[in-house]
Design a protein around this ligand. Sequence first.
Ligand SMILES: [Zn+2]
Length: 132
Amino acid sequence: MRCPKCHYVASSPGLERCPACMSEWSSPSPKPGSREWLAERFKAYTEAIVAVRNDGQKEYAHDENNVFANFDRAGKALGVEREKVLMIFAQKHMDGIYAHLRGHTSQREDVRGRIKDLICYLMLLWGMIDES
Ligand SMILES: [Zn+2]
């Protein structure tokens, strides 16, 4: 590997920075579809889901000690379990994903946003099951 900045030639592979000038060497992106690529994608997706959750929490829950408060409220008002309320929200995103797979492209929301939201709802459901 030859440093693009100082042209030092390093013999050992896989270095993250130049041993001579210490400038950072960007590692080549893994090949799409490879195991390494998917591992990177999973990391990025996980971070994206945590971000969605943090935003949603600020927007909806309003109760630090009950992260499911909005589902509890709607469930109580409608006389159904909070899990059912959650699944209705989740279904909306599932419908959007099916529509995308049928070739309908939404101007409003990218299908990846819907996938992210659906995963987030399923993780909330997981949390509800763990809590009860
Ligand atoms: Zn260098």
